[in-house]
Ligand binder design. Sequence first.
Ligand code: HEC
Ligand code: HEC
Length: 341
Amino acid sequence: MKAILAGPVVALVMALGSGPSWAADVPPMWAYGATEPTEVRLNTMAKMPPVVIPPAPELDDTKKLSLPGTTAQFTAAQIFNRYAPADWFPGDHPEMPEIVAKGREAATRPIWACAGCHLPNGRGTPGTANLTGSTFEYLMQQLYDFKNGRRESSDHRKVETQLMVAFAKAMTSEDIEAAARYYASLKPAPWITVVESDTAPKTEVRDGIFVPLTGKSAGTEPLGNRIVEVPSNLEDFEKHNPRAKFTAYVPKGSVERGESLVRTGGGVIVPCVECHGDNLQGGGSFPAIAGRAPSYLMRQMFDMQQRKREGLLSIQMAPLLYSISQDDMLAAAAYLATLAP
Ligand code: HEC
Ligand code: HEC
């Protein structure tokens, strides 16, 4: 009990003693696709603003693009079509239900195709979520949590999460069931390489994720106390290749520290393996957390700690996260990303 009570005190000291970007209640920018700290103080209990659907970008619809491993060709406009995004590898997944492949085009309460952000194979990107490997029961609960306003983002600027909430609110129970059944049926695959390093590529934010700068601006910079996660191949990212791989630069020593915390609980908390399973691949109402984007993992832990994600099941996690530091969460995310999903 003593150890558990120590958490908030330490957090308070951190908040008072360090600059704003490391105050305990300021979202770690690297996990939210942000380059400036958010001005919204979390303790104001402010709710996320309602979504403003961004206007569709003007994209080229003449030049056919290709990818290795498929004869399919799509224009940029087809690749990023909100209501029928390109499906480069139809053989990689079962037939998608309508809501996943097309969403629902409508003047009010539209739903973009889930496949646009989570990809037809469910792997998603560091800016969205990997939906493979978790159970039907867990995915259903999450969709209802978004729908019922129990899951949002600590960083109110995170447009993709605002959109996710808006789409879940517009979904019918049939939509939710069909999508959860589809994504629960998909097999996870490894997609992240973790590199322990003192430096990381210089990046810019595009579509909510960090991508390496190219040309004259390319280079490296000190990594510091963050994880920098980038597409391993920029062309894959630009063409929305669902087989795209990512590289995560994590601080030296963080993987081993994370392993100890996840497996033993560091003497402070219930070890993560107790609930998420020895292989961290979840089961039942426990989500798979192995082999996920470390930015996603960090974002979720932080959001639960801040009670911005407080769905029915999150009550099991929130108190335990309150007892560990942001550095511990970063280390756990780094270690978890090295595991087979
Ligand atoms: C605009 C992009 C976007 C679209 C389109 C989208 N999502 Fe999401 N989804 C997200 C983001 C972002 C998250 C993670 C939220 C966060 O990190 O704050 C998410 C999270 C989820 C989760 C929770 C995953 C977990 O492990 O807890 C589920 C389930 C989900 N989405 C299902 C869907 C379904 C079904 C659809 C189609 C109706 C859909 N999403 C469409 C962006 C999107
Ligand atoms: C007492 C059981 C329990 C323990 C111990 C536990 N978790 Fe969880 N965890 C859960 C449950 C239940 C959820 C689903 C929460 C929800 O639905 O909002 C979850 C969700 C998560 C998520 C979000 C996954 C997603 O797909 O969105 C992450 C990340 C996570 N846990 C990491 C950890 C880490 C790291 C530890 C150890 C430091 C840990 N958990 C310990 C029960 C537990």
